[in-house]
Design a protein around this ligand. Structure first.
Ligand SMILES: [Zn+2]
Length: 220
């Protein structure tokens, strides 16, 4: 009897949305799937739109980053003019900067998954894309915003610190890497915009290829 009551209590507790929102491995009983965001399943138009927005972000951030970088390193303008003379070195360094940035981008997502769940996230590196995910966890929306935005914010800040201190010849490829990170955050920003429209109490499961949200069924 006592045992039954405990069970009932637990069931009642589980059916309420968690009061202090922390990641959980078991979905509250009353939570139901409320939508999935899967870029790879999107129409060609969605994919083209994301790429176009990514390219626009690359240009807009390029302008913005230069605005900030040139006062920090006045010699940068001359260094940029020298790029055509060192094209091969510049190209190789840009490729290296891109690979390093893609890796750091996913590791930053992974770090915040770990900070919130205290469990090792899943990291995947493929030829054309990389991902960080926490497929066993349901994560509150606010924490998921932090996970999603962390590479854009943190790597941009760290990038500017390095840009300020490193030898000037490294700065143009570093800026290129920072721009790849900013433009590559277009998917993260799309997810955030999608999530903003959802109720704040939802939980998010990120399996890498797609993210799904769970919440209380809409009240009629
Ligand atoms: Zn990302």
């Amino acid at each position: 009897m006592e045992k039954d009551r405990t069970k009932q209590d637990q069931a009642n507790k589980a059916s309420l949305p968690p009061r202090k929102l922390t990641p959980v491995k078991t979905l509250p009983h009353s939570f139901r799937p409320r939508g999935t965001f899967d870029i790879s399943q999107g129409s060609n138009r969605t994919l083209i739109a994301l790429n176009v927005v990514g390219a626009i972000m690359f240009v807009v951030f390029g302008w913005l980053f230069l605005k900030i970088a040139i006062p920090l390193r006045p010699e940068l303008a001359d260094e940029i003019l020298l790029i055509p003379r060192n094209m091969l070195r510049f190209t190789v360094l840009c490729v290296v900067a891109t690979v390093v940035m893609i890796t750091l981008h996913e590791l930053t997502h992974g770090l915040f998954f770990w900070l919130f769940t205290r469990e090792q996230p899943r990291l995947g590196f493929r030829l054309f894309y990389a991902y960080a995910a926490a497929p066993d966890w349901y994560i509150p929306r606010g924490q998921y915003f932090v996970v999603a935005l962390s590479p854009l914010v943190l790597l941009t800040l760290v990038g500017f610190l390095l840009l300020w201190q490193l030898p000037i010849w490294i700065v143009p490829p570093l800026l290129f890497g920072m721009l790849m990170n900013a433009g590559g955050s277009v998917g993260d920003i799309a997810v955030i915009l999608w999530l903003i429209a959802k109720p704040s109490g939802v939980l998010i499961r990120d399996i890498g290829d797609s993210i799904s949200i769970y919440g209380l069924p809409p009240t009629e």
